[in-house]
Write a protein that binds this ligand. Structure first.
Ligand SMILES: Cc1cc2nc3c(=O)[nH]c(=O)nc-3n(C[C@H](O)[C@H](O)[C@H](O)COP(=O)(O)OP(=O)(O)OC[C@H]3O[C@@H](n4cnc5c(N)ncnc54)[C@H](O)[C@@H]3O)c2cc1C
Length: 422
C-alpha cells in the first residue's frame, strides 16, 4: 500500500463523509471497517433527523436530572446502569462539569453553527449527486405536554437567536401542522414547528456515500478490524489489522463509540463514551393515517419519523457502556409510545414484522465532537457527535479534511478541535 494513502478507521457516517471530503481535496484514502458492510453500527437505523434546531447537548441541567432519576430503571427514557458507573466515572465528571446553563448555551451555539454548515453541505451533495435516501425537507414538529417545557424550549430558541426560524403552535396549530396528531391534540399544550429541519434514512445515505467514495477512487475494505495503530517516535507509522500490517503516515480515527478504545492503546484519552439507544421500524405501505412530519416528543427524547413506506420510532438513552442486551421494557416503551402518539396508524401496523435495532451514540463529555489533530503526528480524529451524528456529519468531515490538508476552513474549527481540554 502507498504510505501516502490516508487510513480511515470506521465506515459509519463520519468515516464515509471524511473519506469523501478528503478525496475532494485531492487525497487518496482507504476506509477499514470491521463489520461485513458499512454503517452497521450507530449509523444504521437512527431516528433519521437532520436537525440543526435540535443541536443541543444532552448534558443540559434538566437532562442531568432525568438521567439521575433513571438510575437502575429499565422503563425510563434516560437510564444509568449502576454497573456502568465505574467505566463512566471520569467521563461523567466532565459531562457534569459542562452542564451549567452558561456552558449549555455556549456549546449549543457551537453545535448549531456546525449543524447549519453541515446542512448546507448535505444539501450540496444531495443536489449535485442526485442522492435520494427517503429524504424530505418538510421540517420537524416538537410536541409538548406541559406549558413549562414549551416555554423553556421557546426561551432556549430565543437565547440561541434561532426564534425567527420557529413557529410556536397551540394544540390546534399542532393538528393543522400534522393532522395525524389530531387524536391526541387535547393531551398537548402545543408544539414548535422547525421548518428548516430535514429527515431521511441514514443507512441509505451512507450507501450512496460509499458508492461515491468508490467512484472517486477511494477504497473501502470491510471485514477488516484495526487492532492497533503503530506509532514510532511520536509519529504514525502504520496500522495492524486482523489481516495484515499496513504502512501509512496518516490515520483518521472515525470509529464512533470505539474511538476511545483505539486511542487509549496509543496513550491518548478521548472523552467519548457509548450511550445506547433503540429504534423500531415498521412498514406502512398501503396503510391509512400516515404522518408526514417527523415528530419529537420533548418530554421523553423520542422521535417518530416517517420514512417513505416506513415509520420509525427512536429514542431512549442508556448510559450502560457496551451492553448488547435487548431489554423487553425498552421494546415495550417504543411500542407504547408509538401507540400513544399515532393510535390510528398503530392499530393497522404489522407488529410481528417490526425491525428492532440498537446503536451506541458516541457521546462526548461536553456535547461537541472531537475533530482534527491529536498530540501524535499523523493521527487525526473525527468522533464524538453523540445524538447528532448525522446532523453534524458533513460539516465535521469538511473541517477534519481541511485540517489534514492545511486548507482554510469555512467555519471556525476552534470549538471542536480534538486537542481542546475539557
Ligand atoms: C437510537 C439513535 C437515534 C439517533 N438519531 C439520530 C438522529 O435522528 N439524527 C442524528 O443526527 N443523529 C442521530 N443519532 C446519532 C448518530 O446515529 C451517530 O452519532 C452516528 O451514526 C455516529 O456515526 P459514527 O460514524 O461516528 O459511528 P458509527 O456509525 O458507530 O461508525 C463507527 C464504525 O467504526 C467501526 N469500527 C469500530 N472499531 C473499529 C476497528 N477497530 N476497526 C475497524 N472498524 C471499526 C464500527 O464497526 C462502525 O461501523 C442517533 C443514534 C441512535 C443510537
Amino acid at each position: 500500500m502507498d504510505d501516502k494513502q490516508i487510513v480511515i478507521i470506521g465506515g459509519g457516517l463520519q468515516g464515509l463523509a471524511t473519506a469523501n471530503a478528503l478525496l475532494d481535496r485531492g487525497e487518496s484514502v482507504i476506509i477499514l471497517e470491521k463489520e461485513e458492510d458499512i454503517a452497521q453500527a450507530a449509523s444504521f437505523a437512527n431516528a433519521g433527523i437532520l436537525a440543526p434546531s435540535q443541536s443541543m447537548p444532552w448534558n443540559s441541567p434538566s437532562d442531568i436530572l432525568k438521567i439521575l432519576s433513571g438510575i437502575g430503571k429499565k422503563d425510563s427514557p434516560m437510564a444509568l446502569s449502576p454497573r456502568a458507573i465505574p467505566s463512566l466515572f471520569f467521563w461523567g465528571l466532565k459531562f457534569l462539569r459542562n452542564s451549567t446553563n452558561k456552558r449549555f448555551l455556549r456549546i449549543s451555539k457551537n453545535c448549531i453553527d456546525l449543524a447549519n454548515y453541515s446542512r448546507s453541505l448535505t444539501k450540496e451533495i444531495r443536489v449535485k449527486e442526485g442522492f435520494e435516501y427517503d429524504n424530505t425537507e418538510n421540517g420537524l414538529l416538537k410536541i409538548f405536554r406541559s406549558q413549562e417545557a414549551l416555554d423553556k424550549s421557546v426561551n432556549i430558541s430565543k437565547a440561541l437567536n434561532s426564534s425567527s426560524t420557529i413557529d410556536v403552535l397551540d394544540s390546534q396549530g399542532v393538528s393543522l401542522a400534522e393532522p395525524e396528531l389530531t387524536t391526541i391534540a387535547h393531551q398537548l399544550v402545543g408544539g414548535i414547528y422547525y421548518p428548516r429541519d430535514e429527515i431521511g434514512d441514514a443507512y441509505k445515505f451512507c450507501k450512496l456515500l460509499e458508492e461515491l467514495v468508490r467512484s472517486k477512487g477511494g477504497r473501502i475494505l470491510v471485514n477488516t478490524e484495526i487492532k492497533k495503530i503503530l506509532i514510532h517516535k511520536g509519529k504514525v507509522n502504520g496500522v495492524i489489522t486482523d489481516r495484515a500490517i499496513l504502512q501509512t503516515k496518516r490515520v483518521v480515527v472515525a470509529a464512533g463509540s470505539w474511538s476511545h478504545v483505539l486511542l487509549k492503546h496509543v496513550g491518548l484519552k478521548l472523552p467519548v463514551r457509548p450511550v445506547k439507544g433503540y429504534s423500531l421500524t415498521l412498514d406502512t405501505a398501503g396503510l391509512n393515517s400516515k404522518p408526514k412530519l417527523a415528530v419529537v416528543d420533548e418530554s421523553i427524547h423520542t422521535a417518530v419519523t416517517p420514512l417513505k413506506n416506513r415509520i420509525r420510532i427512536a429514542g431512549t438513552a442508556e448510559f450502560t457502556g457496551f451492553n448488547d442486551d435487548f431489554h423487553p421494557k425498552r421494546v415495550a416503551y417504543l411500542n407504547n409510545t408509538l401507540k400513544a402518539i399515532y393510535p390510528k396508524l398503530y392499530s393497522q401496523l404489522d407488529l410481528e414484522d417490526g425491525r428492532l435495532w440498537y446503536g451506541f451514540r458516541p457521546m462526548s463529555a461536553d456535547g461537541l465532537p472531537f475533530l482534527g489533530k491529536t498530540k501524535l503526528e499523523g493521527l487525526f480524529v473525527n468522533s464524538g457527535q453523540g445524538h447528532l451524528g448525522w446532523t453534524l456529519a458533513m460539516g465535521s468531515a469538511a473541517l477534519v479534511a481541511d485540517i489534514i490538508t492545511n486548507k482554510s476552513p469555512d467555519i471556525d474549527p476552534n470549538p471542536y478541535l480534538a486537542r481542546r481540554s475539557l
